[in-house]
Ligand binder design. Structure first.
Ligand code: F6P
Length: 379
């Protein structure tokens, strides 16, 4: 056991997801009950660390939150303290490194180690704080399940439940009205949510970023179903899906965010294309639903409550062992560690790492099984 540690801090960065509160609870309870550490939580991700917005945490502060979506510590995906965006009164934007302010705040609170819970952007800054000598432990977070080096992130399975229930609900209207119902789901440039959610929700077509689709093949599947007597079809589309001859659909650019591109709208595009290719033949109406932020919220499911508890508790064990600059990971269903540099890359301090996402293998078991039961991916 590392005798030096008396006080730890934690923060949650990036978008929220189910299971964050369960992780916070596990961190605080393990820190206090197992190691007798003091715990301080910084509010609103890195911005709270910069502004010294904090809350002292004890067992009461984490009571009754295990099942709740969101994070009692609040989230922000805007603040890279190593490349901090400021806007003056005239609207001029400048970027500077304000990480020393955050480090001074950690020292002021006598924090010996910092647990950072977040996705690739948040973990890149975790790497950078570690480079500056802060005792950092990372916990990967995203509903997209695309963090490299870990088999599963908490929040993913709860999001899958939302997708499955949405597809179940859409099936009834699809059947009753002989319609084509399209569901667009999240996932950025990884298709896990659409793939596993689509399989669980019995989608006839699943479109994912890893397999660019030919809209004619999608239309053919719907027509084949119609001609064989199944006069409805259900399509599950990842927000990052793209046609063979085109690119992703961008919903908006959020300049205040380190990762500015927000995907969205491919479901509507596919719907419009099917209006032309299928409706004139079958007369079927097409309706599109974007499940959106419902996937990130709600009551945390059984699996994620347990996984989050393992993640949070293991992170504190890592602090006690002195496993700093590392992230908790699940490998072969076991909690393990990996260096954060090996997850987000060893790029320049301040540069947010992108592109290293863990993506679906188009020839892997999941896609093979789905194809085996007749699901079309448009390839
Ligand atoms: O990475 C998680 C995620 O929910 C993506 O699936 C989605 O594209 C993105 O975040 C949305 O981010 P924001 O909350 O900034 O709109």
């Amino acid at each position: 056991m590392n005798k030096e540690i008396k006080k730890i801090a934690l923060l949650t960065g990036g978008g929220d997801c189910s299971g964050l509160n369960a992780v916070i609870r596990a961190v605080v309870r393990t820190a206090i009950l197992k190691y007798n550490y003091e715990v301080v939580g910084f509010m609103g991700g890195y911005f709270g660390l910069y502004k010294d917005d904090y809350v002292d945490m004890d067992l009461r502060t984490v009571s009754g939150i295990l099942h709740q979506g969101g994070t009692i510590l609040k989230n922000s995906n805007k603040d890279n303290l190593f490349n901090f965006r400021s806007v003056d009164e005239d609207g001029n934007v400048t970027y500077s490194d304000v990480s020393d302010v955050a480090i001074a705040n950690l020292k002021k609170h006598n924090v010996d180690a910092l647990i950072i819970i977040g996705g690739d952007g948040t973990l890149t800054s975790a790497r950078d704080f570690s480079r500056k000598g802060i005792n950092v432990v990372g916990i990967p977070k995203t509903i997209d399940n695309d963090v490299p080096a870990t088999e599963i992130t908490f929040g993913y399975r709860t999001a899958l439940d939302h997708i499955m229930l949405a597809l179940d609900a859409l099936h009834t209207t699809a059947f009753s009205h002989d319609r084509i119902m399209i569901l667009e789901v999240m996932g950025r440039n990884a298709g896990w949510l659409a793939l596993e959610g689509g399989i669980a929700g019995s989608a006839d077509v699943i479109l994912i970023p890893e397999i660019p689709y030919d809209i004619k093949k999608v239309a053919q599947k719907v027509l084949d179903r119609y001609n064989s007597g199944s006069k409805f079809s259900v399509i599950c589309i990842s927000e990052g899906a793209k046609p063979i001859d085109g690119d992703v659909t961008i919903k908006m650019i959020d300049k205040s965010s380190a990762d500015s591109i927000r995907l969205g709208g491919v479901g509507e595009l596919v719907g419009k294309a099917l209006e032309k290719l299928v409706k004139p033949i079958t007369g079927q109406d097409i309706r599109t639903t974007n499940l959106g932020y419902i996937q990130r919220g709600g009551v945390t499911n059984t699996f994620d409550r347990v996984l989050s508890t393992k993640y949070g508790s293991y992170a504190v064990d890592m602090i006690a062992r002195g496993d700093f600059g590392q992230m908790v990971t699940v490998k072969h269903d076991k909690m393990q560690t990996v260096f954060i540099e090996d997850v987000v890359g060893s790029g320049k301090t301040g540069e947010t790492s992108r592109g290293g996402a863990r993506r679906v293998n188009p020839n892997g078991d999941l896609v093979t099984a789905a194809k085996g039961i007749g699901v079309v991916f448009g390839d």
